[in-house]
Design a binder for this molecule. Structure first.
Ligand SMILES: NC(=O)c1ccc[n+]([C@@H]2O[C@H](COP(=O)([O-])OP(=O)(O)OC[C@H]3O[C@@H](n4cnc5c(N)ncnc54)[C@H](OP(=O)(O)O)[C@@H]3O)[C@@H](O)[C@H]2O)c1
Length: 266
């Protein structure tokens, strides 16, 4: 029997590459997206409309699918804003998608996996789930939260033979910088007190994302995690993650901060 995968945010980037790659390896892929039409007519892929902010919509789809062996929480976007200028709505939306979206999917899928006594949950976090950067406070906090969800669920679900992992990508050339970086207008105004940080940092980050690794590398890493039932809790993928995460482990917080300041001219 083919293993059944549910992936969120599947219409572009890592989600799309993973859906296609796992389908080519014989998995039955349920590809959740706000624009499922982008995924029609692909072999072994069943696109469906998914709104990660709407628990009823999630539950209805999961009930209809039935068996789910692997959940890949991938949908997410990045907010670029100073904390001083960010709006309530922007703060809530960042966590609603990147954190509560992950929790809603887990909440809906866990009963099925628990009854099966079998399941894998893979959360797409970020190397920024372990590292802070200015103007990305809300995004980074959301990814730190995803790391916390992963760590806690590993204990909570191990009795039911459900594995939980996080994948921490570095910068990847997806639609992320082109479509899914949302900016705060005040922060990007030339009179903002953060104008210097905006002009030093944001073009560099956008460039690094657009010149980053290719999404297929994440798809291949996901397959490694699925195929090895002893796989480690979390894994990095991509150049920036491989550079910064080991450095973060080795250095003191202060030395690490110094290196990041030098690297990003902060
Ligand atoms: N690219 C990078 O450098 C990078 C680095 C580290 C981590 N990540 C993480 O990797 C994951 C995949 O991103 P990607 O790089 O593949 O970028 P992407 O091409 O922009 O894809 C992100 C997907 O997330 C979904 N999404 C975005 N905004 C959403 C919203 N407001 N509500 C619901 N869904 C939304 C969309 O799916 P649908 O339109 O299909 O619904 C979108 O296709 C994200 O969680 C991101 O934070 C990316």
């Amino acid at each position: 029997m083919n293993k059944v995968v549910l992936i969120t945010g599947a219409s572009s980037g890592m989600g799309y590459a993973t859906a296609i790659f796992l389908a080519s390896k014989g998995f039955t892929v349920y590809a959740g997206s706000r624009t499922p039409d982008k995924l029609s007519n692909l072999e072994n892929i069943h696109p469906f409309f998914l709104d990660v902010t709407d628990f009823k919509n999630i539950q209805k789809n999961i009930d209809a699918i039935g068996r789910i062996d692997i959940l890949i929480n991938n949908a997410g976007y990045g907010l670029v804003a100073s904390v001083e200028e960010v709006s309530e709505e922007q703060m809530e939306d960042q966590f609603n998608i990147n954190v509560f979206g992950v929790l809603r999917l887990c909440k809906a899928v866990i009963p099925t996996m628990r009854e099966q006594n079998d399941g894998i949950i893979i959360n797409i976090s970020s190397f920024l789930g372990k590292i802070g950067l200015p103007l990305l406070t809300l995004y980074n906090a959301s990814k730190y939260a995803v790391e916390g969800i992963t760590d806690s669920l590993r204990y909570e679900l191990s009795d039911f033979n459900i594995r939980v992992h996080s994948i921490m990508p570095g910068f990847f050339n997806t639609e992320f910088a082109r479509e899914n970086l949302k900016t705060n207008l005040e922060t990007f105004d030339e009179n903002s007190p953060y104008a210097k940080t905006v002009s030093n940092l944001t073009p560099l980050i956008v460039e690094q994302i657009n010149q980053g690794n290719e999404a297929i590398e994440v798809a291949k890493k996901i397959l490694e995690v699925i195929e090895n039932d002893k796989y480690q809790a979390r894994v990095t993928v991509g150049d920036k993650a491989k550079k910064f995460i080991p450095m973060k482990k080795e250095l003191s917080d202060e030395d690490f901060e110094r290196r990041v300041r030098e690297y990003y001219n902060l």
